[in-house]
Write a protein that binds this ligand. Structure first.
Ligand code: 1PR
Length: 537
């Protein structure tokens, strides 16, 4: 039965479309899932969120007969919204795992961004839409930041010019949306692009007569914005409640005699508040994940489920992603753990300890086994979905020859006048030090398939004295994947400093937001004044 409030969703099972489901439900619509090609042809409105790799997506939709049904649905000019890979699949072919043929609806090819000249790939974050064609869907969105996460992009050409409704610039101009009659597709993620711009675009597709939420007048965006991320370290307190906590150099127990785990609030409430306040992303770190088994930790999964119903910007979750055998002897692969996190609403997962072991093994043998958590998860979900969290500690040395690891000349000398330092990686939340530096780790995990690096620094964590610029500069100059600067933010100036002095793509903070010392808006206003482009609500 057709119903004005029902949307048909083509989820071919290759990955996480929970965010899209949440956005549709949030806007008051019901979802009917496509089970057969006939369901596509019977749809009143079809949403097609592409996930996974181009080649495997085409394999699935070809072998199930969905590809032919999609071509026919589009030929009939029925209401269609493709998202991300759902845009790319409309083109003739893609270089990803190929060349591989696509649906062939739009002439043109899909290529990888070229990182050879230092361009950071994947393209992750909030970039500016340049509208080239008047459409109801993108009305009012010209010059707005929307959220992208991809390594491949469709190229504009004379043959597809009539289809293009907006472009975006990243190294070169690429197609950020197409529109022809009732056929629309976007490369960005409206379901992750906030309320005013993202959900409003979604709403215009779902109820064409609505004008969507009124987008506020704001500065015109011109390029990829630097991101401001709020981080929630989550663990159980001594009463067994899951709380947001915050350490001093990773020590989360109060220094008073009670020694209780510091409790700074409830995870879902804080995450929702930060979203409303303008956080570009929210990260949850299950900080005792190395000890407890996360799939046994159902409350954390519940936190993700609830947060993803309210938070329409990207969510990352980390802690405990590794292979595991539980007490009953049941073995869980890290891929199963990650899949459960994705199913519960995570857009990205973050790996700490297990990535250190994988990098050490890789550097020792020079062989990529393909078996590490990092490699497996990145192969199935794409590297843009895999963050590696690095927890290094500064080790001062008199001269670079003292160690086999990459050192930096430090901006302030060590306790015995040392002029150099290397940054030693740790596992298990800083408890154990490993024979590998942050620089070596970052380069190794990039090769193993990490899509982003979350760069903490135990010395600076919770100190409010600013980010470790020496460390962040060293690592962000060494890799071509995005680096998130973390640990030490205490004032708005620390954010402009890290963006001015390093190649970081994002800056993350915890304590100053939890203690309400500095609002997210104040950070962003300061960055705008300092000439750093950020997404404004
Ligand atoms: O090793 O894969 O199980 O992952 C564990 C994850 O938990 C890692 O990402 C690790 O960084 C994190 N973690 C473990 N123990 C702690 C702890 O604090 N005791 N938290 C911990 C790390 C660090 C930051 C923090 C910033 C900003 N939290 O993310 O939010 O330093 O803080 P600030 O702005 O207050 O200075 P695995």
């Amino acid at each position: 039965s057709s119903d004005a409030n029902t949307v048909t969703l083509l989820d071919y099972g290759a990955g996480n479309v929970r965010s899209v489901r949440n956005a549709i439900r949030h806007l008051g619509f019901n979802i009917r899932d496509v089970r057969s090609p006939e369901d596509i042809l019977a749809a009143d409105r079809l949403v097609f969120p592409g996930v996974g790799a181009f080649g495997s997506a085409m394999d699935v939709i070809n072998s199930t007969g969905m590809a032919d049904a999609l071509r026919e649905y589009i030929r009939r000019d029925r209401p269609f919204l493709g998202i991300c890979l759902g845009l790319q699949l409309l083109f003739d072919s893609s270089e990803e795992n190929g060349p591989v043929s696509g649906l062939g609806v739009i002439p043109g090819v899909v290529r990888r961004f070229d990182s050879s000249e230092g361009l950071i790939v994947p393209h992750i974050g909030w970039n500016a839409l340049q509208i080239t064609k008047d459409t109801q869907l993108l009305q009012g969105a010209d010059g707005h930041h929307v959220y992208f996460v991809h390594s491949y992009h469709a190229l504009p050409s004379d043959a597809n010019r009539d289809w293009i409704s907006s472009t975006c610039n990243y190294g070169e101009s690429f197609i950020s949306s197409i529109s022809m009659g009732n056929i629309q597709a976007v490369q960005f993620h409206p379901e992750k692009s906030g309320a005013a711009t993202g959900l409003s675009i979604f709403e215009k597709f779902l109820s064409p007569n609505s004008s969507g939420a009124k987008a506020p007048a704001h500065r015109k965006a011109s390029k990829l914005a630097k991101r401001v991320i709020a981080c929630l370290d989550v663990r159980s307190n001594d009463n067994g409640d899951l709380v947001v906590t915050k350490g001093d150099q990773y020590d989360v127990r109060d220094h008073s005699s009670s020694k209780e785990v510091r409790n700074l609030g409830k995870p879902v409430e804080l995450a929702s508040q930060y979203y409303i306040d303008g956080a570009d992303e929210v990260s949850f770190l299950n900080i005792t994940g190395f000890r407890a088994f996360p799939l046994g930790d159902l409350p954390m999964l519940e936190v993700l489920r609830c947060a993803s119903e309210k938070v329409f910007v990207p969510l990352t979750v980390g802690g405990g992603i590794r292979d595991f055998t539980d007490e009953s002897g049941r073995y869980y692969s890290s891929l199963e753990v990650a899949s459960e996190y994705f199913r519960s609403g995570a857009d990205k997962i973050s790996i700490g300890s297990d990535a250190v072991f994988a990098a050490e093994a890789y550097l020792q043998t020079g062989v990529k086994t393909g078996k590490s958590s990092l490699e497996q998860i990145s192969r199935v979900y794409g590297n843009q979905a895999v963050v590696v969290s690095i927890d290094p500690r500064r080790v001062y040395v008199k001269s670079p020859d003292e160690v086999q690891f990459k050192t930096v000349k430090v901006s302030s000398k060590g306790p015995s006048g040392e002029e150099y330092a290397w940054y030693q990686c740790t596992v298990s939340g800083g408890r154990d030090s490993r024979p590998i530096g942050a620089y070596e780790l970052a380069k190794a995990v990039e090769e193993l398939g990490a899509g982003e690096i979350l760069l903490n620094c135990i010395d600076c964590d919770g100190q409010g004295g600013g980010f470790d610029i020496d460390l962040i500069k060293m690592v962000s100059d060494a890799v071509t994947i995005p680096v998130i600067a973390s640990s030490g933010a205490g004032a708005v100036e620390h954010f402009s400093e890290v963006f001015e002095k390093t190649n970081a793509s994002a800056a993350l903070a915890a304590g100053i937001f939890h203690r309400k010392e500095v609002p997210i808006l104040a950070v962003k206003e300061h960055l705008v004044d300092a000439g750093v482009e950020v997404r404004m609500l």
